[in-house]
Design a protein around this ligand. Structure first.
Ligand SMILES: NC(=O)c1ccc[n+]([C@@H]2O[C@H](COP(=O)([O-])OP(=O)(O)OC[C@H]3O[C@@H](n4cnc5c(N)ncnc54)[C@H](O)[C@@H]3O)[C@@H](O)[C@H]2O)c1
Ligand SMILES: O=P(O)(O)OC[C@@H](O)[C@@H](O)[C@H](O)[C@H](O)CO
Length: 384
């Protein structure tokens, strides 16, 4: 069986590619990073280091790779012959993948009508549906009907801390032992997609992706932004500080109140999940920079994202937003000159002030929640 995976980065190699390979798919990575593409093609394998008590190395093979900037025809042919297509490029890059994916799917359905699934594995709600919409935008009505009939776009939630390290010039995917790949079963069209070892298939994706984003990722972002403000360089350094650890725990617990009320998840179960998450984020065998975890703050404070979405849902339910509003305020203080989105936020605040910035980036209205965030921002800034 053949898999085409867009994005040979940390999660692509350290999680999705490895599970697909272990499930019997020969993985063809597609990336814009020519160095990585060349290395994967020369070696036909890559190495993963799993951070357990004792170090555990895994060799993933056979693999190959194609460059999406220079090998469009080859990628179209791979898509036409694939048994599954997956991504992990970052949700903002999905529109850039859509043109080649549309061409590949149309070539595929010109010759045969075997159904296929495309799974976008990104930290976002309904990323596969987003990719589907991007693809359908590019084709005629008739072509859209064909693509929709034969292509499933199951939504998913992925959870694993995945980084990279370079050893003797070799790039190694470094991952924690824990992982969770949840796939929405009702959206699957091809039975081969049901054979991914280690994946969990569910009937309703919403509680899983919201739990992942509003706890794991909201907690992680809170640790990164609070850590940055405290002068820490890694999330692990930040979480070693009691004050930050408590802030992160309280933010996740506050967000969990929405999940408890909305989905009837028992509070004990949520607390256990939060403690496990705190332990994972604080794992000192990983060194995860506050700049990676806090990256792209425009995305992270977005309306449907890990910080603003739970805040507005809690606020609408009349529940407290003390900690999550402080987490959002801290995101508005985050600065990394190499992160275009962090620079954009700071420039906007300088030009328009914090209230306009909160409204602009979170898309919240000029209301009570916006005022709460602005007040928290003033407190956070005066405590710096
Ligand atoms: N790293 C983690 O711990 C982790 C965990 C869970 C989810 N995620 C999510 O997984 C996704 C990928 O994250 P990552 O950490 O692996 O990022 P990464 O930067 O390590 O990898 C992304 C890869 O996508 C490639 N890419 C970008 N645009 C492309 C395009 N147009 N065509 C083909 N390839 C392209 C990049 O060159 C890079 O190799 C993100 O949505 C992230 O939120 C990451
Ligand atoms: O990838 P991002 O930028 O959406 O979020 C940064 C981290 O929180 C994220 O990559 C986590 O490490 C991951 O989601 C854990 O499963």
């Amino acid at each position: 069986m053949k898999a085409v995976h867009f994005g040979a980065g940390n999660i692509g190699r350290g999680f999705i590619g490895s599970l697909l390979s272990e499930s019997g798919f020969e993985v063809c990575f597609v990336d814009i990073n020519s160095e990585m593409v060349n290395r994967l093609n020369n070696d036909k394998f890559y190495i993963m280091r799993i951070l357990e008590g004792t170090e555990n190395f895994k060799k993933i093979s056979p693999v190959k790779a194609l460059n999406s900037l220079t090998q469009e025809d080859e990628i179209i042919c791979e898509i036409a012959e694939a048994d599954i297509i997956t991504t992990s490029t970052g949700v903002n890059n999905l529109p850039r993948i859509a043109p080649i994916l549309a061409k590949g799917l149309l070539k595929r359905f010109d010759g045969k009508t075997d159904k296929i699934d495309v799974i976008a594995n990104e930290n976002a709600i309904n990323a596969s549906s987003t990719l589907k919409q991007e693809v359908l935008k590019l084709v005629s009505e008739e072509e859209a009907d064909i693509i929709e009939k034969y292509t499933g776009f199951p939504n998913s939630a992925i959870d694993r801390q995945a980084l990279s390290e370079s050893k003797d010039g070799v790039d190694i995917a470094v991952v924690e032992p824990y992982y969770e790949w949840v796939i929405n079963k009702p959206e699957i069209l091809n039975t081969k997609t049901l054979g991914i070892k280690g994946a969990v298939y569910v009937e309703d994706m919403k509680p899983y992706i919201e739990r992942k984003l509003y706890c794991v990722n909201a907690g992680h972002a809170t640790a990164a932004y609070a850590g940055f403000l405290a002068g820490c360089s890694t999330v692990q350094e930040a979480l070693a500080k009691d004050q930050i650890r408590d802030f992160v725990r309280n933010t996740m617990r506050e967000n969990a109140q929405y999940l408890i009320k909305e989905y009837g998840i028992p509070e004990d179960e949520m607390n256990e999940y939060i403690e496990k998450t705190l332990k994972r984020h604080g794992n000192t065998s990983i060194s995860d920079s506050v700049f990676r975890v806090g990256r792209s703050p425009v995305r992270k404070v977005g309306y449907d994202e890990r910080l603003t979405a739970p805040a507005r849902k809690l606020h609408n339910m009349g529940l407290p937003v003390d900690f999550i509003s402080k987490a959002i305020a801290s995101a508005f203080c985050f600065y990394n000159p190499e992160d275009e989105e962090a620079v954009e936020i700071q420039n906007y605040i300088k030009q328009h002030g914090i209230k306009e910035a909160v409204k602009h980036f979170t898309k919240l209205e000029d209301g009570e929640l916006t005022d709460i965030i602005v007040k928290k921002y003033e407190t956070v800034v005066s405590a710096k």
